[in-house]
Write a protein that binds this ligand. Structure first.
Ligand code: MTE
Length: 345
């Protein structure tokens, strides 16, 4: 991410046109992104029992399959997800692209490395520490973290700071619901997230050439974290998250550049002060803390005005204009009213 411009992306990374055309599917989705207050507060139907596989209503995505290491109880909970209110009408990326064109530096720097090596990460059992400015801190088994929450499918655009994008159907629940359960104190102002640090299973972490300082950390302001669009995902395409996409628990913040959407989370800490974040710390002039998608604020080494929507090929680059806040402006712009977005990039 740091060292490659979009123009440097090797043609070997670009799917041949014939392949993507044959896989291309269009989403016959409902009402587009519903932005009214009522829609923002709507949630999925009542919670099905854990392990009960109720697929009614959930979209079935061609090619999608459950990753082998996923816990059976989690498969059941994901299968029981209901369609959510937030769905773009744009074409969803084929599963093969969303799961093979990844950024997960813990497994290498090339787009294909995570799919090749992320199976080395053990995702069951998994626990998550909830720490800092909350009234009920502790370390909890993933099952206990997820059990009370109804899961829903949300179809979001994902815009990488490298100027490519995809549309992905996630399965998850609002981060807000989790944070409220653990009751933030009056002093909580930010939320810090930390990825697993396990060099023996994550070859990028033990590499002599590692560019990042691990563990990967990210952060949000508390009001951003509490925004109804901010999702904790455990699945995609109706299946448990593949390891390369951040199993078993990742963040999805659709109006921000993809690097904010931290993968394989083991700790969520509420803080008084703004937490340090991995890319911002490495190159503060290139990657801001806010990282809101903004076509008017260029990266120092390339423009952010347009993006390459995957699938894309040399002959059909599928380039389109980048939208302010990645198309979610109506919902999130009030979070930043009065702020200079060129300075707070
Ligand atoms: N989280 C961790 N722990 N490590 C990473 O390297 N890469 C980020 C983000 N989360 C990254 C991460 C970047 S740059 C992007 S664009 C998205 O994950 C990519 O998510 P995807 O591979 O599921 O499309």
């Amino acid at each position: 991410m740091l060292i490659r411009k979009p123009s440097d992306i090797a043609s070997s990374e670009i799917t041949p046109e014939a392949v993507y055309r044959s896989r291309r599917q269009f989403l016959h989705a409902t009402a587009g992104l519903a932005l009214g207050t009522a829609a923002l507060s709507s949630s999925a139907a009542s919670s099905p029992a854990v392990g009960e596989a109720v697929t009614e209503g959930l979209t079935s995505w061609p090619g999608a399959s459950a990753p082998p290491g996923a816990a059976p109880w989690l498969r059941g909970q994901v299968a029981a997800a209901a369609p959510g209110a937030f769905r773009t009408e744009e074409a969803v990326a084929p599963w093969e692209i969303a799961t093979r064109y990844n950024n997960f530096y813990e497994f290498g720097m090339d787009k294909g490395d995570p799919a090749e090596h992320a199976q080395e990460m053990t995702v069951d059992p998994w626990s998550v520490e909830i720490a800092g400015e909350v009234q009920t801190a502790g370390t909890f088994a993933l099952e206990d973290i997820l059990k009370p929450h109804d899961l829903e499918e949300r179809i979001y655009r994902l815009r990488c700071v490298e100027a490519w994008s995809m549309v992905i159907p996630w399965v998850g629940f609002p981060l807000r619901d989790l944070l409220e359960r653990f009751r933030p104190t009056a002093d909580a102002r930010y939320v810090e997230f930390t990825t697993l640090h396990r060099p023996e299973e994550m070859r990028g972490q033990r590499s002599f050439f590692a560019t990042l300082d691990y563990p990967y950390v990210e952060g949000l302001r508390l009001d951003e974290a509490m925004h109804p669009l901010t999702l904790l995902a455990v699945g995609m395409y109706g299946q448990v998250l593949p390891n390369q996409n951040g199993a078993p628990l990742r963040l999805v913040v659709p109006w921000k550049y993809g690097f904010k959407s931290i993968k394989s989370i083991v700790r969520i800490r509420l803080t008084r002060r703004r937490p340090r974040t991995t890319w911002n710390e490495l190159a503060p002039r290139e990657y801001g803390f806010y990282a809101n998608v903004n076509p008017e604020v260029s990266h120092p080494r390339w423009s952010q005005a347009t993006e390459r929507r995957l699938p894309s090929s040399l002959f059909s680059p599928n380039r389109r204009d980048t939208l302010m806040f990645n198309g979610y402006a109506e919902a999130v712009a009030p979070l930043y009213s009065g702020m200079d977005l060129a300075r707070n990039y």
